[in-house]
Design a protein around this ligand. Structure first.
Ligand code: CP
Ligand code: NVA
Length: 308
């Protein structure tokens, strides 16, 4: 079964193949209307379940549109409307869904839910975000970087803020695509040591630098994300704002990166918290390209999962 569970669990060759396929599919659409079908219809006759236990705009819409462009059909299911994990076990839900659909994408809380779904499903399962990782986002981000600046291998990426699920998948990508990554943020919000070690085990630099200005020196790409993620308790909010204020991406910080450094954010963003509007809407920002590229990258991920 070819699941897309995480970037560190997928071979560099397969990841590269997906990025190249995404780019080719994007080019092949050649500016046609969003609703137009692709020339190739690799998902014709296929049914895809999109399960959301957390809110989503980009993941929901980009998967849905992507499946339709490739000729397939979708059903969007909200976790709260299902028996997922309360009315029945995840394993039983996985076995049942596998009798109806050809592919499952799930956004959930605990990583264990994703892993149990993958273990018991007899169709491929795609990780649409867990508390721990967000691999589809980073596939789109690699595609975006390379469209603007060429190969990401050997570049320096700086993550400023909370060492969260999106940061984790960036560290996986550092190892698999061969770029260096520096995390800058307060110690309690460091990325998991396991993910730093993964990147290092692949021969790239994965470093922590508490001083954000030092961290971004020589950066080719500066990335941040919301200070409070969907799985974080509401009570964390005020503390996080105090801890992270000094790590805001703004004009002063970007002035220390390379002049042509790109800025990325997976969105949704809290304007003027983790990043200023000036940077989000400025010339180095590629945030809406990232959002668009979710569509193209995930189409390639789905084709890889289904072998079509
Ligand atoms: N970046 C991202 O995954 O956005 P959504 O939460 O809107 O899906
Ligand atoms: N870190 C954020 C990403 C949202 C796409 C969260 O988990 O809420």
């Amino acid at each position: 079964m070819t699941h897309f569970l995480d970037i560190h669990k997928t071979s560099p060759e397969d990841l590269r193949g997906m990025i190249d396929a995404a780019r080719a599919m994007k080019d092949a659409r050649n500016g046609r209307p969003r609703g137009a079908l692709d020339d190739e219809q690799p998902l014709a006759g296929r049914m895809v379940a999109l399960i959301f236990e957390k809110p989503s705009t980009r993941t929901r819409v980009s998967f849905d549109v992507g499946v339709r462009q490739m000729g397939g059909q979708t059903m969007v299911l909200s976790g709260s409307d299902m028996q997922l994990g309360h009315g029945e076990t995840i394993a039983d839900t996985a076995r049942v869904l596998s009798r109806y659909v050809d592919l499952i994408m799930i956004r959930t809380f605990e990583e264990e839910t994703l892993l149990e779904m993958a273990e018991y499903a007899s169709v491929p399962v795609i990780n649409g975000l867990t508390n721990r990782t967000h691999p589809c986002q980073i596939m789109a981000d690699i595609l975006t970087y390379e469209e603007h600046r060429g190969p990401i291998a050997g570049k320096k990426v700086v993550w400023s803020g909370d060492g969260n699920n999106v940061c984790a998948s960036f560290l996986h990508a550092a190892g698999q695509f061969g770029f260096d990554m520096t995390f800058t943020g307060p110690k309690p919000l460091d990325p998991e040591a396991e993910w730093m070690d993964f990147a290092r085990s692949k021969g790239v630099k994965a470093e922590i630098e508490r001083d954000p200005f030092k961290a971004v020196e020589g950066a080719d790409l500066v990335v941040t994300d919301t200070w409070v993620s969907m799985h974080d308790p509401e009570s964390a909010k005020e503390r996080r704002h105090n801890q992270l204020r000094g790590y805001q991406v703004n004009k002063d910080l970007m002035a220390h990166a390379k002049p042509d450094a790109l800025f990325m954010h997976c969105l949704p963003a809290h304007r003027n918290d983790e990043v200023t509007s000036e940077i989000m809407d400025g010339p180095n920002s590629v945030i809406f390209d990232e959002a668009e590229n979710r569509l193209h990258a995930q189409k390639a991920v789905m084709r890889w999962c289904l072998g079509v």
